[in-house]
Design a protein around this ligand. Structure first.
Ligand code: PLP
Length: 447
């Protein structure tokens, strides 16, 4: 790595990384000319790949007209067009769109709109938002209050009002068959029990990642789970919020993961792949049924300065156009199937892989010390971190987190841009194979 002066920047830790020079398609190059495959689309963001010329041209065209127009002073064609296009891609009931600059902001917006809807409709006793453990919904205090990842929430608990949790449906850990609808019912009914325990009249919403992300590693719900969850929410008059920040914009082989089950949530939030990393952008989509009473009651008491920024919206619109023009949702499904096959083959060869899961191009594998008990690797080994480093050294970028609530368990997410080709899937699988060989030897050496 080129010698560099100390940095004035800081993020989570002290680790330095090579300086990025260029990025094209699924590849990135540092200033020393080393090439990396973006095997996780950054943090599951760059769905259409890097430096797409049509998106850059759309951004340039918008920049030359205007880069900022405050929403209380002007409407912009870009934000109107993106809202129209987004609503058209979602179920008819989700016909209103509120723009933000990222996933956490989108989640905060959903929580606050839900609460204001309850107040506006004479249900002021409803304020609890049930979520799952593990889960990840963002880093701001509101989003963190519904996040199930102790390593991130523990320090801030005194500053937040932590919300009730139900277990995420981790059938693979509980020895249950994910294909059996009884398994889905078993986990969904925990939501009904939690609602009863909390007092149904106090519960406002249930927030869920339809396919798990950073905290569970591409957890796919067991058969019947989502349908039953939707039924329970309807029964109790509780809003169902789908956090599609990671799963939206084609990632799982449908434009939204909700389509896998034909479910229309009351509120849906999008970010990450929605603008594919070209600009900071997110959205909350919701129906007039919720919005109108809030506006009638005096308005939505919420907003961000950059909301609906025309440059961001022009980029978002161009990204959606690229997703459609290139058939990337279909490619995610096709390439996802190939990637899952490759990961399954690796699981057969490497005993440290205890589970492989995912939908479309949101896939993951989880390390275990023992497949029988599914016991995690010793947490002190920080396997999730080590694997990423070994892959990085080979020029493969993957994403990892802890699986069991933040302090133990290790999963690795493989989620390349949706433009990935068969040959590139095989290239990624080859690099994973080499990395797993080195990683397994290392883990065995000190076991
Ligand atoms: N919700 C989900 C499901 C996410 O995966 C993330 C980020 O990883 C967020 C919310 C928060 O998004 P952001 O980091 O853009 O604030």
């Amino acid at each position: 790595m080129t010698e560099r002066p100390p940095s004035h920047l800081f993020y989570q830790g002290r680790q330095r990384r090579p300086v990025l020079d260029q990025a094209r398609g699924i590849y990135m190059w540092d200033v020393d000319g080393k090439r990396y495959i973006d095997g996780s689309s950054g943090a599951m963001v760059c769905n259409i790949g890097h430096s797409n010329p049509n998106v850059l041209a759309a951004m340039r065209a918008q920049m030359e007209r205007s880069t900022f127009g405050y929403r209380l002073h002007f409407e912009t064609e870009a934000s109107e067009a993106l809202a129209r296009r987004t609503a058209a891609l979602l179920p008819d009931e989700l016909d209103r769109v509120f723009f933000v600059s990222g996933g956490s902001e989108a989640v905060e917006s959903a929580l606050k709109l839900a609460r204001q809807w309850a107040l506006a409709t004479g249900q002021g006793g409803r304020w609890k938002v049930i979520s799952r453990f593990p889960s990840y919904h963002g880093s701001t205090l509101g989003a963190l209050a519904v996040t199930g990842y102790n390593a991130l929430t523990d320090p801030f608990e005194p500053m937040m009002r932590m919300m009730p949790r139900v277990p995420a449906p981790r059938a693979y850990l509980d020895g249950l068959d994910p294909a059996d609808p009884a398994t889905g019912r078993h986990y969904a009914d925990m939501l009904a029990a939690k609602i009863e325990e909390e007092g149904p009249e106090s519960v406002l919403a249930f927030i869920v990642e339809p396919v798990g992300g950073a905290s569970t590693g591409a957890l796919v719900p067991p058969a019947g789970y989502m349908e039953r969850v939707a039924e329970i929410c309807r029964h109790y008059g509780i809003l169902l919020i789908f956090d599609e920040v990671m799963t939206g914009a084609g990632r799982t082989g449908r434009f939204t993961a909700a389509e896998h089950w034909g479910i229309t949530p009351d509120i849906m939030v999008l970010s990450k792949g929605f603008a594919a990393g070209y600009v900071p952008l997110g959205a909350m989509a919701v129906g007039a049924r919720l919005v109108e009473p809030v506006l009638d009651a005096g308005g939505f008491l919420h907003g961000y300065t950059y909301a609906g920024n025309p440059l961001a919206c022009a980029a978002g619109l161009a990204v959606i156009e690229e997703i459609e023009r290139q058939g990337l949702v279909e490619n995610a499904e096709r390439m996802g199937a190939r990637l899952m096959e490759r990961l399954d083959a690796l699981r057969q060869r490497y005993p440290l892989i205890g589970d492989v899961r995912g939908k479309g191009l949101l896939t993951a594998f989880e390390f275990v010390a023992d497949r029988q008990s599914m016991a995690p690797l010793p947490p002190g080994r920080a396997a999730f971190h080590r694997f990423v480093e070994l892959a990085y050294a080979r020029g493969l970028i993957v994403y990892s987190r802890r699986t069991r609530g933040g302090y133990a368990g290790d999963h690795v997410i493989v989620a390349p841009p949706l433009i990935v080709t068969e040959a590139q899937i095989d290239e990624i699988a080859g690099l994973l194979d080499e990395t797993l060989a080195e990683f397994s030897a290392e883990m065995a050496a000190v076991a």
